[in-house]
Ligand binder design. Structure first.
Ligand SMILES: [Zn+2]
Length: 61
């Protein structure tokens, strides 16, 4: 049973894409790269860019 992990009000079309993006970014050294002050550099690897684009497309849908 993995269908009810998220509350139903999160059941929007873009949630899957967002979760994929977030899951990737916290485990990817490139996407989570920070400068010495802890500011995210906003770098995206190829996979991060693909997931980010998927998320943007889903938000528009
Ligand atoms: Zn990445």
């Amino acid at each position: 049973m993995t269908d009810n992990v998220y509350p139903s009000f999160f059941d929007a079309p873009w949630v899957d894409a967002f979760v994929h993006l977030a899951d990737h970014c916290i485990t990817c050294a490139t996407c989570s790269a920070m400068d010495e002050e802890g500011t995210n550099l906003g770098l995206l690897c190829a996979e991060g860019e693909r997931l980010n684009e998927e998320f943007r497309q889903a938000r528009r849908a």
